[in-house]
Design a protein around this ligand. Structure first.
Ligand code: PNS
Length: 161
């Protein structure tokens, strides 16, 4: 199957500038990007699925060729349902590699038609993650420049600042 739509899955709790950099670069390769937010309440995200969806849609509202969706269950099954065959992931430090490699191989075992593609993060976002940004924000640390302004505001609201 030849398909130029890629699925970019993640928890996106919340979306960061690192994610956005991957989105912008992926759109130079693929015709369409489906941002697929994992709907798994067991992960106990800080933001609800609705909040995460809202923030992503707001941040990307001026971009064409982006669909924001959510999924549960197996990622490879979702990718097939969306008529795609590409999973896109961003890679930061070596520490990401082991987890991503394991996930890519498991996804490949589950469905050999689905290909995992990785983009290296821009060096600016090498040290950032949703988790570390949330931690800094929880202590009222300055996280501006690491997340879009709307996410900055939502984090402040969440932590009562
Ligand atoms: O942003 P994250 O938390 O690193 O994203 C992880 C995600 C959503 C890509 C991964 O947890 C996932 O694909 N979950 C769905 C279940 C699944 O298919 N797992 C991989 C094979 S067991």
């Amino acid at each position: 199957m030849s398909c130029k739509a890629a699925v970019y899955p993640g928890t996106f709790d919340p979306i960061t500038n690192g994610h956005l950099s991957i989105v912008n670069r992926a759109l130079k390769i693929f015709d369409k990007l489906i941002i697929a937010i994992l709907n798994n309440p067991q992960k106990e995200p800080l933001f609800t699925l609705e909040e995460r969806t809202y923030m992503i849609k707001e941040v990307l509202k001026d971009r064409d060729n982006i669909e924001v969706d959510s999924f549960d269950g197996l990622l490879v099954d979702y990718v097939v349902r969306k008529n795609s065959n590409v999973v896109l992931r961003g890679l930061r430090a070596m520490s990401d590699f082991e987890y991503e490699f394991q996930m890519a191989l498991m996804n490949r075992k589950l469905n050999r038609e689905v290909q995992s593609i990785f983009l290296m993060t821009d060096y600016k976002w090498f040290y950032t993650s949703s988790t570390i940004i949330k931690e800094a924000a929880s202590f009222n640390g300055d996280i501006s420049g690491l997340v879009p302004p709307i996410v900055c505001r939502k984090l402040k609201e969440k932590f009562g600042y």
